[in-house]
Design a protein around this ligand. Structure first.
Ligand SMILES: Nc1ncnc2c1ncn2[C@@H]1O[C@H](COP(=O)(O)OP(=O)(O)OP(=O)(O)O)[C@@H](O)[C@H]1O
Ligand SMILES: [Mg+2]
Length: 581
């Protein structure tokens, strides 16, 4: 648990980092936008000069000179516009390069904390949202907004009444933007939740393609998706309705204002207070003054989603902590200490395992037995650091797991989960845990230790065989043995296997027993969760986990003798208390 103080520090650090990274470019873009907006006054000035100078004097050379000047200025404006949009796209790309890996790291961490896959992937998409927003019209509006007063001033200088009218229009349009914001804020969050819910249904449907086909309920699965999709569509329609309606309203208002400026200008001209050129110039400048506000309203939906994404991205960066890796520790070599741990489910906080304590030394192997749903996998998750205990600690050679940097700790741990879970890559990449360089000696050693080498070389592509999504190109037993090789890769000190023999044949079980003996022989620690006693041949210690408690722990023969003829929770529990007393 990090203190709120540490969180505040981390927040400040992230804010500083973002500021350092993007403040300079922000000022630069602001400057370019200023030049563009001043050059955009060209049209208005041109009208003014044509009417009041060229037409009044009837001079062709004046007309030509004015036109050439105007063309030149327009070209410059275009040039700066191109530069600005190119810079924005590059800012987006830079942000993407910097943050996408961080966001993905958080995304792959989130399921451990009880978030759905769909929800986790949404984190990764935040970067996409911000990047594509930066490449769109939205940020132009934001950078143009501060220059609206320049146009208002221009119109005001032509005639104060016209300036007041335009200002009035700007205020009304701004109020529309605020209204848009207030009305769509609530919807934006709900829409995103609906999208996550829809993607979660889609995700679970595609993952279960086989059972949907075999038992013919694909239709009902699609219907379930349809419901989620409609919900999302509904909310999205509402959001789009709001911005669409207000957008149309603001466009009409803008046209109305343009005509109103012309009308008022004509009245002022008739009253002799304004030149005819000024009417047109005022109309053009008034339109231009309101354009960024109009653009902002039209893009408000994107502005909101980009802002939400940016906010979540900042939370993501804050959640990653200060990025300072802990000091490297020597490889563990002597003991695993479980110090009265209590483990809770991350999402619900329900306690699944309480007050488990034991110690193992290098060279020992522990078998964990007990009824289904007793908490064996939960214990394994705490031992591997997947779930942090809410009380107590897990230590290797005395140092708590949190004292290691996760990658370094991973080198000392081998883990074969109950659902093997291979990555969509080659066999050697899976065994070597995606090692950047192929160390064939290490890969083969692990495969041999798991007794899977001979099977692998029989594949046409050998170690380069692609295992497919979730390892679907392999049989369940093959997956389990490759999973075992991955757990043994690099001879980690602590190897934890959750039901490693559930899909193994006799050969596989022999290989497993040999692997456990090998680990013990090199003074490592092996922990095996098992239902079938055949997996316990090579262990010397046994623990019984049931109802979220460790009811027994000790030398294999004693514990098995005590539990023979079925597990007797009460009796065994007393025994444990005696043991720990
Ligand atoms: N992610 C989770 N969130 C909430 N509860 C969970 C979670 N994972 C497991 N549980 C609950 O914790 C209890 C223990 O589950 P666990 O997976 O540890 O059992 P197990 O002993 O490994 O069983 P099995 O032999 O069937 O694998 C169960 O009641 C289960 O419903
Ligand atoms: Mg289990």
């Amino acid at each position: 648990m990090r203190s709120s103080n540490a969180k505040a520090t981390s927040e400040r650090r992230v804010a500083d980092m973002l500021k350092r990274e993007f403040q300079g470019i922000g000022l630069y873009l602001f400057g370019i936008s200023g030049i563009i907006n001043i050059l955009a006054l060209t049209g208005a000035f041109y009208m003014l000069q044509i009417y009041d100078r060229a037409l009044a004097s009837g001079s062709i050379p004046t007309l030509v000179a004015l036109s050439v000047l105007a063309i030149g200025l327009y070209l410059f404006q275009g040039l700066f516009d191109v530069v600005r949009s190119q810079v924005l796209v590059r800012v987006g790309a830079r942000l993407d390069r910097k943050f996408a890996p961080i966001a993905h790291k958080v995304a792959i961490d989130m399921p451990r904390f009880g978030f759905s896959t769909a929800e986790s992937l949404e984190r990764g998409r935040d970067v996409d949202t911000v990047r594509s927003f930066l490449g769109s019209q939205g940020p132009m509006a934001i950078f143009d907004l501060p220059w609206v007063p320049v146009y208002l001033l221009f119109v005001y200088l032509l005639h104060p009444a016209l300036g007041a009218l335009t200002l009035g229009g700007a205020v009304v349009l701004t109020l529309l933007t605020v209204l848009n914001e207030l009305m769509s804020r609530r919807l934006a969050g709900a829409t995103q939740q609906a999208a996550i819910a829809r993607n979660a249904v889609a995700d679970s449907n595609t993952r279960n393609a086989d059972i949907l086909k075999a038992m013919g309920f694909a239709g009902r699965a699609v219907a379930r998706y349809d419901v989620a999709n409609r919900e999302h569509l509904n909310l999205q329609t509402q959001t789009t309705d709001i911005s669409g309606t207000l957008g149309a309203f603001s466009r009409v208002l803008r046209m109305l204002l343009q005509s109103a400026v012309l009308g008022l200008g004509a009245y002022l001209t008739i009253m002799g207070q304004l030149s005819p050129g000024a009417i047109i110039a005022a109309s053009v400048a008034a339109t231009r003054a309101l354009a960024p506000i109009d653009l902002a309203i039209g893009n408000w939906k994107n502005v909101i989603s980009a802002r939400n994404s940016m906010r979540r991205l900042r939370d993501t960066l804050v959640a990653m902590g200060d990025g300072q890796p802990p000091m490297p520790l020597p490889a563990p070599s002597s003991r695993l200490t479980v110090d009265r741990i209590t483990v809770a489910a991350p999402a619900s906080g329900r306690v699944l395992l309480s007050e488990v304590a034991f110690e193992l030394r290098g060279g020992q192997a522990l078998g964990i037995i007990g009824p289904s749903a007793g908490g064996k996998t939960t214990l394994v998750k705490a031992l591997t650091g997947i779930w942090e205990p809410i009380r107590g600690s897990v230590r290797l050679d005395g140092a708590e797991l949190a004292q290691w940097s996760p990658d370094e700790l991973g080198d000392h741990i081998g883990y074969l989960p109950q659902d093997v879970g291979l990555l969509d890559a080659t066999i050697w990449e899976n065994i070597s845990r995606l090692a950047p360089q192929r160390d064939s000696a290490k890969v083969v050693a692990a495969a041999k230790a798991a007794g899977v080498h001979d099977m692998i070389v029989q594949f046409e592509d050998g170690y380069d065989t692609q295992v497919g999504p979730q390892g679907s190109a392999l049989s369940a037993g093959q997956r389990q043995r490759i999973g075992l090789a991955r757990a043994l890769y690099g001879n980690p000190f602590l190897v934890i296997m959750d039901e490693p023999n559930s899909n193994l044949d006799a050969d596989g079980e022999t290989a497993l027993t040999r692997a456990i003996n090998d680990i013990r022989a090199r003074d490592g620690i092996a922990i095996i969760v098992a239902h079938r006693p055949s997996a316990l041949v090579a262990v010397d210690q046994v623990a019984v986990i049931q109802n979220g408690r460790m009811t027994s722990f000790g030398p294999k023969d004693e514990v098995l003798a005590a539990t023979r003829g079925g597990l007797r929770p009460v009796r065994v529990a007393t025994e444990t208390q005696e043991l720990s007393a």
